[in-house]
Design a protein around this ligand. Sequence first.
Ligand SMILES: NC(=O)C1=CN([C@@H]2O[C@H](COP(=O)(O)OP(=O)(O)OC[C@H]3O[C@@H](n4cnc5c(N)ncnc54)[C@H](OP(=O)(O)O)[C@@H]3O)[C@@H](O)[C@H]2O)C=CC1
Ligand SMILES: Cc1cn([C@H]2C[C@H](O)[C@@H](COP(=O)(O)OP(=O)(O)O[C@H]3O[C@@H](C)C(=O)[C@@H](O)[C@H]3O)O2)c(=O)[nH]c1=O
Length: 281
Amino acid sequence: MKVLVTGSNGQLGKCIRLLGKNHPKIDFFFNTSQDLDITKKNVLEDYFLRNNIDYVINCAAYTNVEQSEKEPEKAMLVNGLAVKNIAEVCLKYDVILIHISTDYVFDGNTDIPYTEENVPKPINEYGKSKLYGEKYIQEIQEKYFIIRTSWLYSQFGKNFYKTILEKSNTQQKFTITTAEKGTPTNANDLASFLLGIIEERSANYGIYHFSNLGEATWFDFAKEILRLSKKLEGIKLEKTDNYPTFAKRPEYSVLSKEKAIKKFDAKILTWQESLKELTTN
Ligand SMILES: NC(=O)C1=CN([C@@H]2O[C@H](COP(=O)(O)OP(=O)(O)OC[C@H]3O[C@@H](n4cnc5c(N)ncnc54)[C@H](OP(=O)(O)O)[C@@H]3O)[C@@H](O)[C@H]2O)C=CC1
Ligand SMILES: Cc1cn([C@H]2C[C@H](O)[C@@H](COP(=O)(O)OP(=O)(O)O[C@H]3O[C@@H](C)C(=O)[C@@H](O)[C@H]3O)O2)c(=O)[nH]c1=O
């Protein structure tokens, strides 16, 4: 099986590369933004023509939520229009598309986990651009998996977990928001779920929600990161419900995993269990 991973230098791409070593039956084609720019349809066409790809895992995205407010057209180009390119090329060459989307497609005006049936209503530019990407795929193609996930962190790239750990080396005081509730998700767990879909050659196409289990505020997450890495002592951790940001974020964005558990028999760890695994390994 030939699997193209776009945006392979990002955190999810790197988690897939690491886990890919345990999947000898899969022939991976890892491509960074430099190797394969998904905004260029002719480059994608040429790549698909030359390589006999079975699956694409699209990890390429514009993920800077704050910057998306200032340059929404850039977010739309990568998260919307480029995804249209990928879907069209996948349709043409009969390739199955696994695309990653986000909890930020929802407005957060609820206190019950979002199911795949709930209607998205993004409240920031990043979320809007990601929803465009989802819509293009659904209009163009049938053989797709859109996997919405949330609050990704890992040992790779730039993420909240690494920010807190790095800052804790020099900073004694943290002010962290309690205004948003969601689920931190270990990107290594997501990578494992995605490769599971490919390994079982599932034809259960559609939208799925995948995150770790449970819910937390960013404050809860920061506290657990510091506790598990034994850095909590000596640090002053302050709550706020008014952390200054450009982008609005959904107040509640917990995703229901029932569909993924039912269709894929997914075994999912709680966010605390998975964070502990990463911190202690
Ligand atoms: N991070 C998170 O908390 C969450 C992420 N997601 C989604 O998960 C997916 C993976 O996210 P994550 O790995 O964290 O993101 P990263 O920002 O770590 O990685 C994204 C990668 O996409 C690449 N990229 C950007 N533009 C292009 C382009 N035009 N062509 C090809 N590659 C490009 C970037 O390369 P370069 O650095 O060179 O620009 C980068 O390597 C994304 O779809 C994201 O929207 C969903 C929920 C939460
Ligand atoms: C660094 C920091 C952030 N915050 C707040 C700001 C914000 O409200 C919240 C999260 O901050 P970040 O900017 O790190 O996270 P953010 O970029 O909003 O994370 C999102 O990224 C995109 C890609 C997704 O798809 C989402 O699922 C989600 O993971 O925490 C604090 O309160 N204190 C701090 O010291």
